[in-house]
Structures are given as C-alpha cells and as structure tokens.
Design a protein around this ligand. Structure first.
Ligand code: LLP
Length: 408
C-alpha cells in the first residue's frame, strides 16, 4: 500500500474514493488506477534521471489504457511502442509521433511503413535484415530515419528468467560483433542515421551491475563513431511487489550510471516503475472452502484478469477491503478458471472471509489488464481511473456481444 491506497474508517480507499463505492457501481472484478501515484512515479524518475538529461519514454506495453496514456502524455513523457497498433493507440491518446520510440524484434514491413509514414521519432532496430528492409523503405520515401541498434550484450541480469532479454539465449538485439559490423559499414544505409545504441537487458532488475556492464559494452562499440552518442538504457526499473523487497530505486540506477554517462544523451523506457503500484484489482469472494487442511478463497478474479502469478510465479499481496480486525489466517486465493495454475496467491494472509466480501490484489497496474485474456469465455474487466475524489470508468466491462461479434 502507499499514500494512494490506504484504510480509512475501516475500509480501503483509493485517493478520495472508497473502493466499495466503485465495486457497488461497476461490479467486480475491476481494475482501479490512481492518477496521483502515476504522477508521483513519473516525478521520481524525472528527479533521478533529469540531472543526466535523460528523456523518458513510457513503455506502453505495461498498461495501454487511453485515459492513462493521456495522463502520462500530459506529464511530458514520450512512449515506447512495440507494434503498429501500439503506435496508433499512442497517437489516439494525443502523443506526437516525434515522442514515440518504436521497438520490437519482429516488426512487419507494414508496421515499419506505417511508422515512417506517420513520422515516428526513433526506431530501435534488432537485426541486420531489419536494417536492410528499413533502408529500402526510407529510400523509397526519400526520408532520413533515426535509428538505434539494439545490443544483445550477453549479460545475465538478476531477474526472473522469463523477463531477461540481454543474454545469449534471448532472441532480442544484435550480438556485439554483428553490431560493430553494422556500424563500420554504415555507408550501406544512407537513409538511416544510426544515432545510438539500445540496451534493454530485462525487467524487474534486482541489481544494477548487469546494466552497468551492458552500458560499458555499448559505449565501447559506439566509441569509434563520434556521431553515435545516444544510449537508450531501456526499462526494467524494479518495483516493490509486496512492499518489503530490497529493490534498487531509480535514483540508485542513475547514481551508478552517472560517472560513465558524461557526454552521452540518455533515454530510458520505464513501464512497470510508472504504473505497477498505481493499480489494484478489486474482486469479490464467491466461496470459501476448507479441505486437506487448506483454506481456499475462491474469488471472481482469476488468471484471465491477472496472468503474472501463473506465468512468472509473481507474488502480489492480497488484502481485504474491510480493514482486518480478526486474526489473519493463511489462505490460497484462487479464481474460477479451469486450470490448476489459476492461483492468485498461494500464501495470502486474510481474515476469515465469506461470500460477498471484497479483496484487493495489489501492484497490478503494470502487465495486468494488458495481458488479460478471454479464456473460459471470461469477459475482460472494466478499468477505473481515480483522481482525488473523482472517479470514472475509462474502459467498460466486456459483454458477451463484444466477444461473439467477430464470429458473426
Ligand atoms: N523497453 C523494452 C525494449 C522492453 O522490452 C520493456 C519490457 C520495457 C522497456 C519496459 O520494461 P519495464 O520497465 O516495465 O520493466 N510481462 C512481464 C514483463 C515483460 C516486459 C517486456 N519488456 C511482467 O509482467 O513482468
């Protein structure tokens, strides 16, 4: 919990709104986001990286809700998009193409054409073949396109293996030798201005050393080429899932990088650090059953609303909406989906709850709703944005008609 989510008068609030009011009006499950927390997270990154002159591009894959993107845009932050549709979404939210960075290991020709046609500011390229295609498309349009080469530095960051991207077994980026080769033969790409190197090595990075190694390697590769002086160090700034992990703050990353970044233009692409702890998933208890000495709390949210526990073994705290006074008991919080991995928490501590009681799954603002699915024909939940005492539904709950429409 944080200053945006707290108990008052025995019940859980988001900013100036009791969560019960939202649940009673729109039902559960529902995602709830705090604007104040998003802005506070952005300020924190700006304070840490501002002195390095860094430009911030929010990685919108973390949470692409249009209203939320509007808030982030107004805070003066650009975005990192990974598909043509993400670019289109960012533009719908009012973000100018010049402040959009386009990344991705498998951009299609159509996506690259679209990016060039709308004037995307910067493209992170991930292979020699992509360079060649992009050169052709830029030449056709008589355009000079600014690109960064994404380096795969072959480092192993401290994080879950599913979200490490800069190691030898990962599909991402270009290995150092091949990258040096592209730089050396830049004249083969007269319509591409290679302005920088991109080194996103993974997400939820629990230590800084691998980032430093990657940055140093990128600098060595860029060194002989005096016009390659931008380093995009990607995202990956970790958040405190569960509140008590010892995770490095953005300021610690910035401090550690500062001595090596003098003379370089810096870009960062945080996703999670901006939105994760600004969102919770509000759900209701359907049934409680005790068996084999376990307490199962079955709620109306599941792995289709929040995939992270099933996919990464992620631990999201689950708390009751009514402030607990009774003794807390261990519980497995599970959803209705027909999968054994549909466990939102195997180790929750909750007061004795009954049907209709509400719970909140915390720190789900990043990679929550964007990874939701319709498995088991479940309707994706609505999203609510809270700003002070105001709240509004910024995406409505899906209906059966929404789901069937494409098959009619
Ligand atoms: N830049 C690039 C090139 C990326 O691939 C990513 C994330 C980011 C920036 C933002 O990373 P962040 O600051 O959010 O860590 N679904 C997973 C995370 C996948 C991240 C993919 N790339 C999860 O729920 O943990």
């Amino acid at each position: 919990m944080n200053e945006s989510f707290f108990y008052r008068g025995g019940t859980l609030w988001c900013e100036g709104v009791p969560l019960d009011a939202i649940a009673e009006s729109v039902g559960t499950p529902v995602y709830v986001y705090s604007v104040a927390r998003v802005l506070r997270n952005i300020r924190k990154l700006q304070t840490a990286f501002g002195p390095l002159g860094a430009s911030i591009h929010y990685s919108l894959k973390a949470n692409a809700n249009l209203a939320l993107l509007g808030v982030i845009n107004e805070a003066g932050v650009g975005v990192d998009a990974v598909s043509g549709a993400e670019i289109a979404r960012a533009r719908l939210a009012g973000i100018p193409p010049s402040r959009i960075v386009f990344a991705g290991v498998g951009k299609t020709r159509a996506e690259l054409e679209y990016a060039l046609d709308v004037g995307i500011g910067w493209i992170n390229v991930e292979s020699q073949a992509e360079m060649a295609l992009l050169e052709t498309l830029a030449a056709d349009r008589r355009q000079i396109v600014t690109v960064a080469l994404r380096l795969n530095p072959g480092v192993q960051p401290a994080t879950h293996r599913h979200i490490a991207t800069g190691h030898a077994g990962a599909k991402f980026g270009i290995e150092p030798g091949a990258l040096a080769d592209i730089l050396e033969h830049r004249e083969a790409y007269p319509h591409l201005f290679i302005a920088g190197i991109h080194v996103h090595i993974g997400s939820q990075l629990m230590r800084i050393d691998a980032t430093l190694d990657a940055v140093r390697l990128a600098q060595q590769l860029a060194d002989p080429h005096s016009d390659v002086r931008t380093l995009n160090i990607g995202g990956g700034f970790p958040v405190r899932y569960g509140g008590n992990e010892n995770v490095p703050e953005p300021g610690e990353f910035a401090e550690a990088l500062k001595p090596v970044l003098d003379g370089w233009h810096i870009m960062i692409e945080p996703g999670r650090a901006i939105v994760a702890d600004a969102g919770l998933l509000l759900a209701s208890v359907l049934y409680v059953k005790e068996q084999y000495e376990r307490r199962f709390v079955i709620i109306d949210a599941s792995m289709t609303e929040l995939l992270r526990p099933a996919l990464y073994g992620a631990e999201h705290p689950i708390i009751p909406v009514r402030e607990p006074v009774d003794e807390m008991v261990p519980a497995m919080v599970v959803g209705p989906v027909c999968e054994s991995t549909d466990v939102l928490s195997a180790s929750a501590l909750l007061p004795p709850l009954g049907a209709g009681d509400r719970v909140a799954v915390l720190d789900v603002g990043a990679y929550g709703m964007v990874m939701a699915s319709n498995y088991n024909m479940r309707l994706r939940p609505p999203e609510v944005l809270v700003e002070g005492r105001q709240w509004r539904v910024v995406r409505r709950r899906e209906t059966l008609d929404d789901l069937l429409r494409l098959e009619q």
